[in-house]
Design a protein around this ligand. Sequence first.
Ligand code: ADP
Ligand code: ASP
Ligand code: MG
Length: 443
Amino acid sequence: MSIKMTKFGGSSVADAVQFQKVKRIIEADPSRLFVVPSAPGKRFAGDDKVTDLLYLLYAQYNSDANYSDTFRKICDRYTGIERDLGLHTDIQSELDAILKNLENGASEDFIASRGEYLNALLLADYLGFDFVDASELICFHSDGTYDDETTLRWTQKLENMTRLVIPGFYGRKRDGSIKTFSRGGSDITGAIIARAVHADVYENWTDVPGFMMADPRIVDHPKVISTVSYSELRELSYMGATVLHEDSIFPVRKAHIPIHVRNTNEPEREGTMVVPDSYLRFYKRTGTMTGVAGRTGFTVITVYKDNMHNEVGFGYRMLRVLERYNVSFEHVPSGIDTMSLVIADVNLKDHLQQILREIKRDCNPKTVELQSNMALIATVGKGMVRSIGTAAKLFNALYEAGINIRMIDQGSSEMNIIVGVENEDFPEAVRAIYKAFSQDGQE
Ligand code: ADP
Ligand code: ASP
Ligand code: MG
């Protein structure tokens, strides 16, 4: 019999009505034997996500601010689901334990993880499935990075078990302390469990009808991508298509398990299949665009020096400055006399002035130029870069929309052209690129 691992995102498990939809989906197919839920997400625009409330609770508690409102909001979400579904999970004692743990100095990660933990308890009860805690399955190294080797060992206990609910988003270190993935990390949990139970497919149930060619918050009704490769998906997710966490492909890629992105509110729709790169030729004309995604908030430092390409160690000296400040970079576009560092503002923090000073001191450049408030937009499609006219079409679309391109980086990946534009031009630029390429789409 085939096995499906199902992950439900925050809005899919936001209240009792959504729980009912989940139950209908699970019961419609007996191969749906494993369920990974997120914490309750938004029920309507402007609503709170429970994970955000938990981070706030932790911050308020530890700064002696009043946290009672926040705690009450969290309690209401869970007791509401328990009451509306007529469950007797006794979620109130679990909620009270959160306060006890805060008093005993619980970590931020522990508090944040309770969102998924409590929701999984309720969902297991409602579906009549067994609950298995993610802290028994998913391991992190003591430096906080994910430990795949130990996780592979720990998840062996799932062999011969079925009908399980496992909370997303977290695991534990060897010392027992709870550690979460980065935000949106329940997608990674789902992928790890899919691999562990040898699932035939990893169903990722969310609030949109699939992975779209552009962010639906920017482009009106973008086309849904019917099939996308793991690598294209990773590029798009990393660049801002938040529908799937970019790290969620690693566990399933090796095992060749496809990810099927589907809409909890419209389960009849086909959704998007994420497949190995080698399958691409079966569904996609090479050289067409798969999707466009981007993010705002970057700074670009461009260094000019004649004959820089002949100077041994120039790049090393420049990157060493970043290393000293523990700052990572996104891209390093370079030419014979120029080299640029593209850095996300969140990573740059307030080190910019020192970094500029040290680059001048260590690299002795002719000039250093700074561009702030930049957005990066990736136009992604396997084989697209090699296809004649792609770049012209992209640049022409931006030119016609009156958008100034501040940077171009074709990179070494043949499926990605990245342009830098002003933050304020970002939505218009995404719309222009989508419009120029969307007729290529595969809906
Ligand atoms: P979940 O809580 O189910 O994990 P997320 O909020 O993490 O859901 O991701 C789904 C959201 O991703 C959508 O509601 C949509 O606003 C956003 N999104 C951004 N880019 C895309 C895209 N290219 N295709 C689909 N959704 C996208
Ligand atoms: N609840 C977590 C978050 O909001 C994890 C997730 O939803 O995937 O980031
Ligand atoms: Mg998500």
